[in-house]
Design a binder for this molecule. Structure first.
Ligand SMILES: [Zn+2]
Length: 209
């Protein structure tokens, strides 16, 4: 084996490792950039205001994406113009997670990662065809990959590690997108914490004795 060959193999394995280390969030990146989801709550409904823009950007049927979101979020709703209306309250982070999941499953080529793909249906099987590299793969082969959920709920207790202390002396822990403030907790402690209140991605907890 020549020295060149070794280099090529190293490069390939480096590339593979680099791909594996790409975080699940795909909101940035030069080639493929999704707009920020605009979510508002109106009465008892949650409105995904720029839903149409997402469908256009992803080049996918709004019905397909909306069905996926309803199923994955365990809710119902309707498409109204370019907006998607969910029944009930749905959090922005949940919607973002599901969109990322959708993109990974139904849009990005499994081989080369290109978003330049076509979703086809043959004999009831959905197939992703990549225009960039030519790869053809049934969608079902990939669908088990789910975005890891890190949710917290008010009134529930979690095992948390205090990673920092705030200016006011409260312990700070992290879980998923949430930053949790816990009075009297000290840095480095691992504690059972009851979530007292959640406001967007900030939560307040108390130590469970
Ligand atoms: Zn490809």
């Amino acid at each position: 084996m020549s020295a060149n060959m070794v280099d090529i193999f190293d490069y390939e394995s480096l590339l593979k490792r680099a791909r594996e280390n790409i975080p699940p969030v795909i909101y940035s990146g030069e080639r493929f950039q999704l707009p920020e989801a605009e979510i508002t709550i109106e009465g008892k409904n949650t409105i995904f205001r720029n839903f149409g823009e997402f469908c256009e950007k992803l080049d996918r049927d709004p019905q397909h994406l909306s069905k996926f979101l309803f199923r994955e979020l365990g809710t119902a709703g309707t498409i109204q113009g370019g907006r998607l209306v969910f029944k009930g309250k749905v959090s922005l982070s949940d919607i973002k997670d599901r969109i990322n999941q959708y993109v990974k499953t139904y849009v990005l080529c499994y081989e080369c990662g290109s978003p330049d793909t076509i979703l086809k249906k043959e004999d009831r099987i959905e197939i992703l065809v990549c225009k960039a590299c030519g790869a053809i793969r049934p969608v079902t082969a990939h669908i088990e990959i789910k975005v890891q959920e890190e949710k917290i709920e008010e009134g529930k207790t979690y095992e948390l590690e205090i990673i920092d202390v705030s200016k006011d002396g409260d312990g700070i822990a992290k879980k998923g997108n949430f930053t949790i403030y816990i009075p009297k907790a000290k840095k480095g402690q691992k504690l059972k914490v009851k979530i007292e209140k959640i406001k967007k991605d900030i939560a307040f907890g108390s130590i469970v004795p």
